[in-house]
Design a protein around this ligand. Structure first.
Ligand code: KE4
Length: 426
């Protein structure tokens, strides 16, 4: 069956034909690519078409697809049994490794998705502080837990309203949504209700609204204002953890959060995420303390094996220097070809993640991202997909390179980009 057939049939039995909305191509239009297999930097769809992949399963595939060492680790673990619901030595090894590499991580709990990690971290921050209010930022995505499916209220400091059906207003009434990179709005919120704020949760680099880099003043305000008010600073590094550096964005910017959430790369492509941080806070988690959190497949041995195999390899000397150089090479090559075609385009990268913008300069806020030319992105997306390059099917997502993106993959990307930008310019 081809992509069209599979999509038509999938929509009969799966909402939208997909198991996660962004995969449905609704933002860009057209029929999603159904993947048959992937290896290194390349995807192969059910029609046998090959694509250089810059989605990387939305971040996990930092080594490239089907890395032999990761596949072998999964195979070996699977042969010993898939799940026990009992502690294993692998979970201890992974927990110790994470505590060694992730700033602020004194204790950690493994879960199965980023959503579980952030949901649990927020419950924990509320249980630890005895407060209810949570601050998040417009454009940041932390998974689909009810309290986080919230959009900015009418005024900057009003409480959020649900951004999804099925979420009671009472649930989001305790969530405040502020503008990203706006230190003064954050200060005003703390001025007004700091003693009621349990936590601030933030993507230290915003990767769910295309890519927005943090202002230094914003980062400083996050640390100082939470410390002063006794609120918990939760860095959501589900995307940036082990993506922008071995010590994540926290390491890059010299921040020590109170809690941190991890996902994607830590599972190497298998369902594994984590939350953790200060020991005095983590001691509140069941069975030690009153904050309940649990999971049948938490710390799953096969997922742990994939995560350990991946994290062993990203620690290789120079791994992130090479990955960062790859990202920089990609964005400069694309920018060059856009300029040659006379297309208004810019791009930026940080470590192994990047943003592409049909705009004059990289956006520094949610509003500026929304002002980028989405129509141009959608045209470019399909034109380059047709040439065998697979970017995220949305103008509001970051992209990812892997260690497997070699000269061949980049050369293919740049020649495809020449034709895609020319199509845009015509
Ligand atoms: P998951 O529940 O999807 O594993 O993680 C949620 C999450 C939490 N925090 C951050 C910073 C995230 O980026 C995510 C998930 N990211 C999206 C990509 N934009 C996952 C893709 C999808 O929803 O299919």
């Amino acid at each position: 069956m081809d992509n069209e057939d599979l999509f038509a049939r999938s929509q009969q039995v799966i909402p939208g034909g997909v198991n996660s909305p962004v995969r449905a191509f609704r933002a860009v239009g057209g029929t999603p690519v159904f993947v048959r297999s992937a290896s290194g930097a390349w995807l192969t769809d059910v029609e046998g078409r090959r694509y250089v992949d810059y989605v990387g399963s939305w971040g996990p595939m930092i080594l490239g697809h089907a890395h032999p060492a990761v596949i072998e680790a999964v195979r070996a673990a699977a042969g010993l049994g898939l799940s026990f619901g009992a502690p294993t030595a692998g979970e201890l090894e992974l927990a110790q490794l994470l505590c060694r590499l992730v700033p602020g991580l004194e204790q950690v709990r493994l879960v199965s998705s980023g959503t579980e990690a952030t949901m649990s971290a927020i419950r924990l921050a509320r249980g630890f502080t005895g407060r209810n209010l949570v601050v998040k930022f417009e454009g940041c995505y932390h998974g689909h837990a009810d309290a986080l499916l919230v959009k900015a209220g009418s005024g900057a400091l009003t409480f959020g309203q649900p951004s999804s059906a099925g979420v009671p207003a009472e649930t989001t009434a305790h969530t405040v949504v502020l503008p990203y990179n706006d230190a003064s709005a954050l200060a005003a919120a703390f001025e007004r209700m700091g003693d009621r704020i349990a936590a601030v949760i933030v993507e230290p680099i915003a990767g769910n609204v295309n890519l927005i880099l943090p202002d230094a003043a914003f980062l400083q305000a996050l640390v100082e204002l939470t410390q002063r008010a006794g609120a918990v600073l939760i860095l959501d590094e589900v995307m940036t953890g082990f993506r922008v550096g071995l010590h994540g964005a926290a390491g890059l910017y010299g921040i020590t959060p109170d809690l941190v959430t991890l996902g994607k790369v830590v599972g190497g492509g298998m369902p594994l995420a984590a939350f953790g941080g200060r020991k005095d806070i983590m001691q509140c988690v069941s069975p030690l303390g009153p904050v309940y959190q649990a999971g049948t497949l938490s710390g799953n041995p096969v997922a742990v094996a994939a995560g350990l195999a991946t994290l062993r390899l990203v620690q290789a000397a120079g791994f992130y220097d090479r990955l960062g150089a790859l990202g920089a090479r990609l964005v400069s090559g694309l920018t060059e070809r856009a300029r040659a075609a006379g297309v208004a385009f810019c791009a930026q990268s940080i470590g192994g993640m990047f943003g592409l913008y049909f705009a004059a300069r990289p956006p520094a806020s949610y509003t500026e991202v929304m002002a980028c030319d989405q129509k141009a992105f959608n045209t470019f997306f399909h034109a380059i997909l047709h040439e065998g390059v697979y970017f995220a099917p949305s103008a509001f997502e970051a992209g990812f390179v892997s260690a497997a993106h070699d000269d061949e993959a980049l050369a293919h990307t740049f020649s495809a980009a020449e034709r895609a930008f020319a199509a845009l310019a015509s």
